[in-house]
Design a protein around this ligand. Structure first.
Ligand code: GLU
Ligand code: ZN
Length: 494
């Protein structure tokens, strides 16, 4: 079969390196990546770092690290280069200066000398009179004499883009047809008085130069779309842009209390999910459901399955709710899907310092290999592994006082003594035999298995909940297990 021609789809992921990466950002990256891969198109990764006051190198490094951890790849951008390099806007300032000048020369933009104070006063007046309160076009057609006068006053102009006096209609890939009336989209600043170009200029200019065909981004940017479409038209006239891209705005993500999830919300910090031991594939699976679904009856899927099925026209415009419980449940399913060997490896960061409380030399690889399969069916996030296996590697169990109080009731000492006797003669290579022993001890005291095993579990592991008890006992071994029961009996006697 002849190979299909390379698809013309070119999308971009273009975050600003401010603060820590957050889940909203990841969802945007994911949808762009899936769209590019689905269409065998090109994903451009661009860094929008023109805001020197807010951007940081640390944040840039974190962004790249996060993208790699999530498993994304990109076809053009940092570390991989490409025909439109450089991909960091801070290294493209000459380009923007040049385009701004061309827009001025062609009359698509003009210098605005209004002071902030004047703008505020006129905005207030317009508001009071019930007129649209955006920029009023004051400097659109200044005479030479007026410009002279402003210059003489030492005013430093910004550059404003001249919006056309007609409605702008576009077909949003997610929301359908949207129209903006001219009175709601006033002329807007594209270059600061100090010469620094603004997002409003550099973002569409780079989309044009990098030949982006589809812009998929958050709904918060919807209101900038009519401006960008107008700017694109001007850029096309100037021979800078080829074609206006299609736009699709991804739904808002709502957090606690049905408020928009903000990037400052602790719940939205990607680092938090990494530290808690979410699998990238689990987190991405969940984030894909914020506005999209594979099918009505399949919540769990791989990224390959998502790529095969992803279509932006299936994205829902209504706000999506971020549900941590569901996110954890989906992650848990992905933990179950791992190959056991893979699971044992992915847990490593939580099995050593500074996370794990045991000494490195007390870690026992054979015990870990033996216990891992039992943990794999139970964890929601990988960080839970530490508490689940600490009884194997600490010299003494860490007694959780609430667990102790709950399990060690009147009569628990008698039960523990009987259990110890029966366990002493049980077959320690068989969890079934250990279970029989505890069951028999329970019977001797009129207790069902659940009640009988609670004190044994707390004596040996320190907690009332954990991995299956009899497998845990077998892995810990007879000598240590019985010594811990003795220690618990001594504690009860004290
Ligand atoms: N740098 C912008 C942001 O992070 C990009 C917005 C866009 O996708 O157009 O919000
Ligand atoms: Zn003005």
């Amino acid at each position: 079969m002849a190979s299909a021609p390379a698809s013309p789809v070119r999308v971009r992921f273009c975050p600003s390196p401010t603060g820590n990466p957050h889940v909203g950002l990841v969802r945007t990256a994911l949808f762009n990546w899936a769209f590019a891969r689905h269409h065998q198109g090109t994903l451009v990764f661009r860094i929008e770092d023109t805001d020197a006051a807010r951007d940081s190198e640390e944040s840039y490094t974190q962004l790249l690290d996060a993208m790699r951890w999530l498993g994304f790849d990109w076809d053009e951008g940092p570390e991989v280069g490409g025909p439109h390099a450089p991909y960091r806007q801070s290294q493209r300032m000459d380009i923007y200066r040049d385009v701004a000048q061309k827009l001025l020369d062609a009359g698509h933009a003009y210098r605005c000398y209004c002071s902030q104070e004047e703008l505020d006063t006129r905005r207030e007046a317009a508001r009071a009179a019930g007129r649209p309160s955006g920029y009023d076009g004051h400097c659109r057609d200044l005479s030479d004499a007026e410009v002279e006068e402003y210059r003489a006053q030492g005013r430093e102009p910004i550059v404003r883009f001249r919006m056309p006096d007609e409605p702008i209609t576009f077909e949003d890939l997610v929301r359908g047809e949207i129209t903006y009336l001219p009175e709601n989209v006033p002329d807007y600043g594209i270059v600061r008085a100090n010469g620094a170009p603004l997002y409003t200029l550099v973002n569409p200019v780079d989309d044009a130069l990098m030949e982006i065909t589809h812009v998929l981004r958050g709904e918060d940017l919807l209101s900038s779309t009519p401006r960008q479409i107008a700017l694109y038209k001007a850029l096309t006239e100037l021979g800078i842009a080829k074609e206006t891209p299609a736009f699709g705005h991804l739904p808002y993500v709502m957090g606690e209390g049905n408020k928009k999830l903000s990037k400052r919300d602790p719940q939205s910090s990607l680092n938090l999910y990494r530290e808690r031991g979410f699998l990238p594939e689990g987190l991405l699976n969940y984030l894909s459901l914020l506005g999209w679904s594979l099918s009505a009856d399949q919540d769990i899927f791989t990224m390959d399955e998502m790529v095969a099925a992803f279509d932006v026209s299936d994205v829902q415009p209504n706000p999506a709710r971020f549900d941590l419980k569901k996110c954890e449940a989906i992650n848990a399913d992905h933990i179950r899907l791992l190959d056991t060997k893979e699971f044992t490896e992915r847990c490593r960061p939580w099995l050593k310092a500074p996370v794990a409380p045991w000494a490195a030399e007390d870690f026992d690889e054979a015990k870990w290999q033996a216990v891992a399969p039992h943990a794999q069916t139970r964890l929601k996030v990988l960080s839970e592994i530490t508490d689940n296996v600490d009884f194997l590697f600490l010299p003494e169990p860490v007694f959780d006082e609430a667990s102790w109080a709950k399990a060690m009731k009147e009569g628990s000492d008698a039960l523990l003594r009987t259990a110890r006797e029966k366990l002493d003669t049980a077959d320690w290579t068989s969890p079934e035999s250990l279970k029989e022993a505890v069951l028999a001890a329970g019977e001797a005291h009129g207790l069902k298995l659940g009640k009988a095993q609670a004190p044994v579990r707390v004596a040996v592991t320190g907690r009332t909940v954990g991995l299956p008890l009899f497998e845990s006992l077998e892995i810990l071994g007879k000598e240590k297990s019985l010594a811990r029961i003795d220690a618990a009996l001594a504690r009860l006697a004290a």
